[in-house]
Design a protein around this ligand. Structure first.
Ligand code: ATP
Ligand code: MG
Length: 410
Protein backbone atom coordinates (compact mmCIF):
# COMPACT_ATOMS: atom_id res chain seq x y z
CA UNK A 1 0.00 0.00 0.00
CA UNK A 2 1.51 3.25 -1.09
CA UNK A 3 -0.13 5.35 1.59
CA UNK A 4 1.54 3.18 4.23
CA UNK A 5 5.01 3.78 2.90
CA UNK A 6 4.47 7.49 3.34
CA UNK A 7 2.58 7.49 6.59
CA UNK A 8 4.24 9.12 9.56
CA UNK A 9 4.47 7.16 12.80
CA UNK A 10 2.94 8.57 15.98
CA UNK A 11 5.17 6.35 18.04
CA UNK A 12 8.14 4.10 17.36
CA UNK A 13 8.94 0.78 18.98
CA UNK A 14 12.36 -0.83 19.00
CA UNK A 15 13.27 -4.37 20.00
CA UNK A 16 16.53 -5.90 21.21
CA UNK A 17 18.33 -6.89 18.08
CA UNK A 18 21.14 -8.65 19.89
CA UNK A 19 18.66 -11.32 20.89
CA UNK A 20 17.77 -11.87 17.27
CA UNK A 21 20.80 -13.08 15.45
CA UNK A 22 19.95 -15.88 13.11
CA UNK A 23 16.99 -17.06 11.17
CA UNK A 24 14.17 -16.44 13.61
CA UNK A 25 14.27 -12.68 13.31
CA UNK A 26 11.40 -12.39 10.81
CA UNK A 27 9.22 -14.66 12.95
CA UNK A 28 10.00 -12.59 16.01
CA UNK A 29 9.12 -9.33 14.27
CA UNK A 30 5.85 -10.76 13.02
CA UNK A 31 4.98 -12.00 16.49
CA UNK A 32 5.73 -8.66 18.13
CA UNK A 33 3.72 -6.73 15.52
CA UNK A 34 0.81 -9.14 15.98
CA UNK A 35 0.96 -8.80 19.78
CA UNK A 36 1.07 -5.01 19.54
CA UNK A 37 -1.90 -4.94 17.18
CA UNK A 38 -3.87 -7.23 19.51
CA UNK A 39 -3.07 -4.88 22.37
CA UNK A 40 -4.05 -1.72 20.47
CA UNK A 41 -7.33 -3.29 19.44
CA UNK A 42 -8.18 -4.66 22.90
CA UNK A 43 -7.41 -1.29 24.48
CA UNK A 44 -9.66 0.49 22.00
CA UNK A 45 -6.88 2.65 20.54
CA UNK A 46 -7.46 3.50 16.85
CA UNK A 47 -3.83 2.72 16.06
CA UNK A 48 -1.96 -0.01 14.28
CA UNK A 49 1.56 -1.39 14.43
CA UNK A 50 3.59 -2.02 11.31
CA UNK A 51 7.03 -3.46 10.80
CA UNK A 52 9.27 -0.81 9.26
CA UNK A 53 12.76 -2.18 8.66
CA UNK A 54 14.32 -2.94 12.00
CA UNK A 55 11.73 -1.11 14.06
CA UNK A 56 7.98 -0.81 14.38
CA UNK A 57 5.84 2.17 13.50
CA UNK A 58 2.65 2.87 15.46
CA UNK A 59 0.32 4.80 13.17
CA UNK A 60 -3.25 6.06 13.11
CA UNK A 61 -5.51 3.34 11.71
CA UNK A 62 -7.24 5.96 9.62
CA UNK A 63 -5.39 9.05 8.53
CA UNK A 64 -6.76 12.13 10.25
CA UNK A 65 -8.96 10.19 12.70
CA UNK A 66 -9.25 11.72 16.16
CA UNK A 67 -7.32 10.03 18.97
CA UNK A 68 -8.46 9.90 22.60
CA UNK A 69 -6.84 12.67 24.66
CA UNK A 70 -5.00 10.22 26.85
CA UNK A 71 -3.70 7.95 24.07
CA UNK A 72 -0.07 8.66 24.95
CA UNK A 73 -0.51 7.76 28.62
CA UNK A 74 -2.42 4.61 27.75
CA UNK A 75 0.11 3.53 25.19
CA UNK A 76 3.01 4.35 27.49
CA UNK A 77 1.54 2.24 30.31
CA UNK A 78 1.20 -0.70 27.92
CA UNK A 79 4.55 -0.38 26.15
CA UNK A 80 6.72 0.15 29.20
CA UNK A 81 6.07 -3.44 30.33
CA UNK A 82 5.43 -5.12 26.99
CA UNK A 83 7.60 -8.20 26.40
CA UNK A 84 9.83 -7.62 23.38
CA UNK A 85 9.77 -3.82 23.50
CA UNK A 86 13.29 -2.59 24.28
CA UNK A 87 12.37 1.07 24.02
CA UNK A 88 9.81 3.33 22.44
CA UNK A 89 9.16 6.99 21.83
CA UNK A 90 6.39 9.41 20.90
CA UNK A 91 7.30 11.27 17.74
CA UNK A 92 7.22 14.90 16.78
CA UNK A 93 7.15 15.47 13.05
CA UNK A 94 8.86 18.18 11.01
CA UNK A 95 9.13 18.89 7.34
CA UNK A 96 12.36 17.88 5.75
CA UNK A 97 14.59 20.79 6.58
CA UNK A 98 16.95 21.54 9.41
CA UNK A 99 15.00 24.73 10.20
CA UNK A 100 11.77 22.78 10.61
CA UNK A 101 13.51 20.24 12.86
CA UNK A 102 15.08 22.97 14.97
CA UNK A 103 11.67 24.55 15.45
CA UNK A 104 10.76 21.44 17.49
CA UNK A 105 13.50 22.13 20.03
CA UNK A 106 11.22 23.74 22.68
CA UNK A 107 9.00 20.63 22.80
CA UNK A 108 12.02 18.54 23.65
CA UNK A 109 13.39 20.96 26.20
CA UNK A 110 10.29 20.21 28.20
CA UNK A 111 10.77 16.45 27.91
CA UNK A 112 14.45 16.60 28.77
CA UNK A 113 14.39 19.15 31.56
CA UNK A 114 16.78 18.25 34.36
CA UNK A 115 18.33 15.40 32.40
CA UNK A 116 21.54 14.60 30.71
CA UNK A 117 20.87 13.82 27.09
CA UNK A 118 22.38 12.93 23.80
CA UNK A 119 21.11 13.29 20.25
CA UNK A 120 21.44 10.41 17.78
CA UNK A 121 20.47 10.85 14.17
CA UNK A 122 19.80 8.36 11.44
CA UNK A 123 19.13 9.03 7.79
CA UNK A 124 16.83 6.75 5.89
CA UNK A 125 16.98 9.30 3.07
CA UNK A 126 20.67 9.64 2.30
CA UNK A 127 20.07 12.62 0.02
CA UNK A 128 19.41 14.87 2.98
CA UNK A 129 22.10 17.60 2.81
CA UNK A 130 23.46 17.07 6.34
CA UNK A 131 25.00 13.79 7.44
CA UNK A 132 23.96 12.24 10.74
CA UNK A 133 26.81 13.75 12.78
CA UNK A 134 25.98 17.20 11.48
CA UNK A 135 22.29 16.72 12.27
CA UNK A 136 23.17 15.60 15.80
CA UNK A 137 25.36 18.64 16.46
CA UNK A 138 22.94 21.15 14.98
CA UNK A 139 19.88 19.77 16.75
CA UNK A 140 21.63 19.43 20.12
CA UNK A 141 22.70 23.07 19.80
CA UNK A 142 19.13 24.12 18.96
CA UNK A 143 17.76 22.30 22.01
CA UNK A 144 20.35 24.03 24.21
CA UNK A 145 19.49 27.42 22.77
CA UNK A 146 15.81 26.83 23.51
CA UNK A 147 16.45 25.85 27.14
CA UNK A 148 16.90 28.13 30.15
CA UNK A 149 20.56 28.47 31.12
CA UNK A 150 21.91 25.36 32.80
CA UNK A 151 18.62 23.44 32.60
CA UNK A 152 20.01 20.74 30.34
CA UNK A 153 23.22 18.81 30.24
CA UNK A 154 24.54 17.08 27.15
CA UNK A 155 26.72 14.02 27.38
CA UNK A 156 28.15 11.53 24.97
CA UNK A 157 28.58 8.89 27.62
CA UNK A 158 26.48 8.07 30.62
CA UNK A 159 23.52 9.90 29.07
CA UNK A 160 20.19 9.48 30.77
CA UNK A 161 17.88 10.39 27.89
CA UNK A 162 18.43 9.70 24.23
CA UNK A 163 16.86 12.05 21.74
CA UNK A 164 16.54 10.26 18.44
CA UNK A 165 16.18 11.96 15.06
CA UNK A 166 15.27 10.05 11.89
CA UNK A 167 15.23 11.53 8.43
CA UNK A 168 12.52 9.57 6.61
CA UNK A 169 11.65 9.79 2.91
CA UNK A 170 8.96 12.40 3.41
CA UNK A 171 9.54 13.96 6.85
CA UNK A 172 11.82 14.14 9.85
CA UNK A 173 10.74 12.62 13.12
CA UNK A 174 12.25 13.13 16.55
CA UNK A 175 11.50 11.37 19.84
CA UNK A 176 12.86 10.77 23.30
CA UNK A 177 13.58 7.10 23.86
CA UNK A 178 11.72 5.62 26.82
CA UNK A 179 12.78 2.25 28.20
CA UNK A 180 10.72 -0.91 27.77
CA UNK A 181 11.58 -4.24 29.36
CA UNK A 182 13.10 -5.82 26.26
CA UNK A 183 13.16 -9.58 25.94
CA UNK A 184 11.15 -11.54 23.42
CA UNK A 185 7.60 -11.25 22.12
CA UNK A 186 5.18 -13.56 23.94
CA UNK A 187 4.47 -16.56 21.77
CA UNK A 188 7.92 -16.71 20.19
CA UNK A 189 9.20 -19.30 22.69
CA UNK A 190 6.29 -21.72 22.94
CA UNK A 191 4.00 -22.47 25.87
CA UNK A 192 4.53 -23.27 29.52
CA UNK A 193 2.31 -23.89 32.54
CA UNK A 194 3.01 -21.64 35.54
CA UNK A 195 1.82 -22.91 38.92
CA UNK A 196 0.14 -19.73 40.04
CA UNK A 197 -0.62 -19.30 43.74
CA UNK A 198 -1.96 -16.15 45.37
CA UNK A 199 1.50 -15.25 46.71
CA UNK A 200 4.22 -12.85 45.57
CA UNK A 201 6.51 -15.22 43.79
CA UNK A 202 4.67 -17.14 41.14
CA UNK A 203 3.20 -14.08 39.34
CA UNK A 204 6.68 -12.57 39.16
CA UNK A 205 8.10 -15.87 37.89
CA UNK A 206 5.37 -15.99 35.25
CA UNK A 207 6.10 -12.44 34.16
CA UNK A 208 9.82 -13.17 33.82
CA UNK A 209 9.16 -16.14 31.55
CA UNK A 210 6.68 -14.12 29.48
CA UNK A 211 9.52 -11.68 29.00
CA UNK A 212 11.46 -14.54 27.44
CA UNK A 213 8.70 -15.08 24.92
CA UNK A 214 6.89 -17.90 26.74
CA UNK A 215 3.11 -17.97 26.51
CA UNK A 216 1.73 -18.76 29.96
CA UNK A 217 -1.20 -21.10 30.61
CA UNK A 218 -1.33 -20.90 34.40
CA UNK A 219 -2.98 -23.33 36.79
CA UNK A 220 -4.16 -22.52 40.28
CA UNK A 221 -4.91 -25.29 42.79
CA UNK A 222 -7.62 -24.50 45.31
CA UNK A 223 -9.22 -26.12 48.35
CA UNK A 224 -12.75 -24.90 47.98
CA UNK A 225 -15.23 -25.37 49.50
CA UNK A 226 -13.17 -25.94 52.66
CA UNK A 227 -11.57 -22.52 52.37
CA UNK A 228 -13.22 -19.31 51.19
CA UNK A 229 -12.75 -18.17 47.63
CA UNK A 230 -10.22 -15.47 48.64
CA UNK A 231 -7.20 -17.27 47.28
CA UNK A 232 -8.98 -18.21 44.09
CA UNK A 233 -10.13 -14.64 43.54
CA UNK A 234 -6.61 -13.39 44.20
CA UNK A 235 -5.23 -15.87 41.66
CA UNK A 236 -7.79 -14.62 39.14
CA UNK A 237 -6.82 -11.01 39.81
CA UNK A 238 -3.19 -11.93 39.31
CA UNK A 239 -3.98 -13.75 36.07
CA UNK A 240 -5.96 -10.73 34.90
CA UNK A 241 -2.97 -8.49 35.53
CA UNK A 242 -0.59 -10.92 33.84
CA UNK A 243 -2.81 -10.87 30.77
CA UNK A 244 -1.80 -7.22 30.33
CA UNK A 245 1.61 -8.49 29.23
CA UNK A 246 0.46 -11.46 27.17
CA UNK A 247 -2.95 -10.74 25.67
CA UNK A 248 -5.15 -13.83 25.71
CA UNK A 249 -4.57 -15.81 28.87
CA UNK A 250 -6.51 -18.78 30.22
CA UNK A 251 -6.27 -19.69 33.90
CA UNK A 252 -7.18 -23.23 34.92
CA UNK A 253 -8.68 -23.55 38.43
CA UNK A 254 -8.15 -27.06 39.70
CA UNK A 255 -9.88 -28.37 42.86
CA UNK A 256 -7.43 -30.33 45.01
CA UNK A 257 -9.23 -30.72 48.33
CA UNK A 258 -9.85 -34.48 47.90
CA UNK A 259 -6.15 -34.97 47.14
CA UNK A 260 -5.17 -33.02 50.26
CA UNK A 261 -7.58 -34.99 52.42
CA UNK A 262 -6.25 -38.24 51.10
CA UNK A 263 -2.65 -37.22 51.78
CA UNK A 264 -3.54 -35.95 55.25
CA UNK A 265 -5.17 -39.22 56.17
CA UNK A 266 -2.69 -41.63 54.65
CA UNK A 267 0.79 -40.10 54.67
CA UNK A 268 3.29 -39.10 57.37
CA UNK A 269 2.58 -35.55 58.52
CA UNK A 270 6.09 -34.30 57.80
CA UNK A 271 5.87 -35.28 54.15
CA UNK A 272 2.49 -33.72 53.39
CA UNK A 273 3.82 -30.66 51.65
CA UNK A 274 6.28 -32.52 49.47
CA UNK A 275 3.64 -35.09 48.52
CA UNK A 276 1.09 -32.42 47.66
CA UNK A 277 3.67 -30.55 45.59
CA UNK A 278 4.44 -33.76 43.71
CA UNK A 279 0.76 -34.06 43.00
CA UNK A 280 0.77 -30.46 41.71
CA UNK A 281 3.63 -31.40 39.38
CA UNK A 282 1.79 -34.38 37.93
CA UNK A 283 -1.40 -32.37 37.49
CA UNK A 284 0.43 -29.50 35.81
CA UNK A 285 2.30 -31.92 33.52
CA UNK A 286 -0.93 -33.62 32.50
CA UNK A 287 -2.49 -30.24 31.77
CA UNK A 288 0.61 -29.19 29.84
CA UNK A 289 0.33 -32.30 27.68
CA UNK A 290 -3.28 -31.45 26.84
CA UNK A 291 -2.50 -27.93 25.71
CA UNK A 292 0.87 -28.56 24.09
CA UNK A 293 3.04 -26.84 26.71
CA UNK A 294 6.64 -27.93 27.10
CA UNK A 295 7.61 -26.77 30.59
CA UNK A 296 6.28 -25.77 34.02
CA UNK A 297 7.08 -22.55 35.88
CA UNK A 298 7.15 -22.10 39.66
CA UNK A 299 7.96 -19.21 41.97
CA UNK A 300 10.37 -21.17 44.12
CA UNK A 301 13.58 -19.59 45.36
CA UNK A 302 16.26 -21.69 46.98
CA UNK A 303 16.07 -21.53 50.76
CA UNK A 304 13.27 -18.96 50.85
CA UNK A 305 11.04 -21.11 53.02
CA UNK A 306 11.70 -24.37 54.78
CA UNK A 307 10.06 -26.35 52.01
CA UNK A 308 12.25 -24.85 49.29
CA UNK A 309 15.50 -26.61 50.05
CA UNK A 310 17.48 -28.33 47.32
CA UNK A 311 16.52 -31.70 48.86
CA UNK A 312 12.81 -30.89 48.69
CA UNK A 313 13.08 -29.43 45.22
CA UNK A 314 14.71 -32.61 44.04
CA UNK A 315 11.99 -34.74 45.63
CA UNK A 316 9.30 -32.55 44.10
CA UNK A 317 10.93 -32.28 40.69
CA UNK A 318 11.22 -36.02 40.36
CA UNK A 319 7.43 -36.16 39.91
CA UNK A 320 7.56 -33.86 36.90
CA UNK A 321 7.99 -35.22 33.40
CA UNK A 322 8.69 -31.76 31.97
CA UNK A 323 11.41 -29.23 32.80
CA UNK A 324 10.50 -26.99 35.72
CA UNK A 325 11.58 -23.40 35.12
CA UNK A 326 12.31 -21.46 38.32
CA UNK A 327 13.28 -17.98 37.24
CA UNK A 328 13.39 -16.72 40.84
CA UNK A 329 15.59 -19.48 42.20
CA UNK A 330 18.55 -17.14 42.77
CA UNK A 331 16.64 -14.05 43.83
CA UNK A 332 16.08 -12.56 47.27
CA UNK A 333 12.61 -11.82 48.59
CA UNK A 334 13.31 -8.07 48.43
CA UNK A 335 14.21 -8.27 44.74
CA UNK A 336 11.10 -10.31 44.06
CA UNK A 337 8.81 -7.87 45.85
CA UNK A 338 10.40 -4.92 44.03
CA UNK A 339 9.56 -6.65 40.76
CA UNK A 340 6.05 -7.44 41.98
CA UNK A 341 5.57 -3.74 42.63
CA UNK A 342 6.89 -2.85 39.20
CA UNK A 343 4.51 -5.20 37.41
CA UNK A 344 1.56 -4.28 39.61
CA UNK A 345 0.94 -7.60 41.38
CA UNK A 346 2.26 -6.70 44.82
CA UNK A 347 -0.98 -5.45 46.35
CA UNK A 348 -3.01 -8.46 45.28
CA UNK A 349 -0.30 -10.83 46.48
CA UNK A 350 -0.16 -9.04 49.83
CA UNK A 351 -3.87 -9.62 50.44
CA UNK A 352 -4.17 -12.09 53.31
CA UNK A 353 -6.00 -15.26 52.39
CA UNK A 354 -6.37 -18.88 53.35
CA UNK A 355 -4.72 -20.81 50.60
CA UNK A 356 -4.56 -24.51 49.96
CA UNK A 357 -1.56 -25.15 52.09
CA UNK A 358 -2.09 -23.15 55.23
CA UNK A 359 -4.80 -25.50 56.48
CA UNK A 360 -2.77 -28.46 55.61
CA UNK A 361 0.57 -27.38 57.03
CA UNK A 362 2.29 -29.90 59.25
CA UNK A 363 3.67 -28.65 62.56
CA UNK A 364 7.18 -29.65 61.51
CA UNK A 365 7.46 -29.92 57.75
CA UNK A 366 10.29 -31.96 56.33
CA UNK A 367 13.06 -29.69 55.11
CA UNK A 368 15.29 -32.39 53.74
CA UNK A 369 12.98 -34.93 52.20
CA UNK A 370 14.75 -38.05 51.01
CA UNK A 371 13.41 -39.00 47.62
CA UNK A 372 13.35 -42.70 48.61
CA UNK A 373 11.25 -41.99 51.71
CA UNK A 374 8.90 -39.81 49.71
CA UNK A 375 8.47 -42.47 47.06
CA UNK A 376 7.81 -45.10 49.72
CA UNK A 377 5.14 -42.92 51.33
CA UNK A 378 3.60 -42.15 47.96
CA UNK A 379 3.32 -45.84 47.15
CA UNK A 380 0.88 -46.27 49.99
CA UNK A 381 -1.37 -43.61 48.52
CA UNK A 382 -3.99 -43.94 45.88
CA UNK A 383 -3.74 -40.66 44.01
CA UNK A 384 -4.08 -41.49 40.34
CA UNK A 385 -7.88 -41.49 40.23
CA UNK A 386 -8.12 -38.43 42.48
CA UNK A 387 -5.72 -36.54 40.25
CA UNK A 388 -7.66 -37.45 37.15
CA UNK A 389 -10.83 -36.24 38.80
CA UNK A 390 -9.20 -32.98 39.90
CA UNK A 391 -8.02 -32.17 36.42
CA UNK A 392 -11.37 -33.13 34.93
CA UNK A 393 -13.08 -30.86 37.46
CA UNK A 394 -11.14 -27.77 36.45
CA UNK A 395 -12.83 -24.49 35.62
CA UNK A 396 -11.33 -22.03 33.17
CA UNK A 397 -11.16 -18.27 33.41
CA UNK A 398 -10.32 -16.27 30.28
CA UNK A 399 -8.63 -12.90 30.15
CA UNK A 400 -7.45 -10.56 27.47
CA UNK A 401 -5.29 -7.51 28.20
CA UNK A 402 -6.58 -6.97 31.70
CA UNK A 403 -10.21 -7.93 31.19
CA UNK A 404 -12.09 -11.09 31.97
CA UNK A 405 -14.15 -12.58 29.15
CA UNK A 406 -16.87 -15.23 29.19
CA UNK A 407 -15.24 -17.28 26.50
CA UNK A 408 -11.85 -17.59 24.95
CA UNK A 409 -11.56 -15.08 22.13
CA UNK A 410 -9.83 -15.70 18.88
P1 ATP B 1 4.28 -17.95 46.05
O1 ATP B 1 4.61 -16.58 46.54
O2 ATP B 1 4.36 -18.05 44.55
O3 ATP B 1 3.00 -18.49 46.63
P2 ATP B 1 5.73 -19.20 48.13
O4 ATP B 1 7.00 -18.58 48.51
O5 ATP B 1 4.54 -18.98 48.98
O6 ATP B 1 5.44 -18.87 46.59
P3 ATP B 1 5.21 -21.99 48.29
O7 ATP B 1 3.90 -21.72 48.88
O8 ATP B 1 6.15 -22.95 48.91
O9 ATP B 1 6.09 -20.72 48.04
O10 ATP B 1 4.98 -22.45 46.80
C1 ATP B 1 6.02 -22.71 45.92
C2 ATP B 1 5.50 -22.65 44.50
O11 ATP B 1 4.51 -23.67 44.29
C3 ATP B 1 4.79 -21.35 44.20
O12 ATP B 1 5.69 -20.33 43.79
C4 ATP B 1 3.87 -21.74 43.09
O13 ATP B 1 4.56 -21.80 41.85
C5 ATP B 1 3.47 -23.17 43.48
N1 ATP B 1 2.20 -23.15 44.22
C6 ATP B 1 2.04 -23.08 45.56
N2 ATP B 1 0.74 -23.10 45.90
C7 ATP B 1 0.05 -23.16 44.74
C8 ATP B 1 -1.35 -23.20 44.39
N3 ATP B 1 -2.30 -23.15 45.31
N4 ATP B 1 -1.67 -23.25 43.08
C9 ATP B 1 -0.72 -23.28 42.12
N5 ATP B 1 0.59 -23.26 42.39
C10 ATP B 1 0.99 -23.19 43.67
MG1 MG C 1 2.56 -19.58 48.43
Amino acid sequence: MKSQANSTPLAIVHYDEIALKGGNRADFERQLVRNLNDMLKARGLPLRARNARGRIFIEAREAGAALPDDWRERLRAALSLFPGVAYFGFTEVAEKSMEALEALAPVFVERLLGHTFRVSARRVDKRFPLNSTEIERAFAAAVFRAAPDGALKAAMRGFRRALQVEVLEHAIIAYVKEPGIGGLAVGSSGRAVPLLSAGFDSPVATFLMMKRGVKAHPVHFHSMPLVSDEALEAAKDLARRLSDFQGRLTLALVPVLPIQEHIREHAPERLRIVLLRRSFMRLACAYAAEIGALALITGESVGQVASQTLENMRAIDAAATLPVLRPLCGMNKREIIDLARKIGTERTSARPCDDTCSLFLPRRPETKAKLEAVLAAEEKLDLAALEEEALGGRALAHFIFGEEREKREN
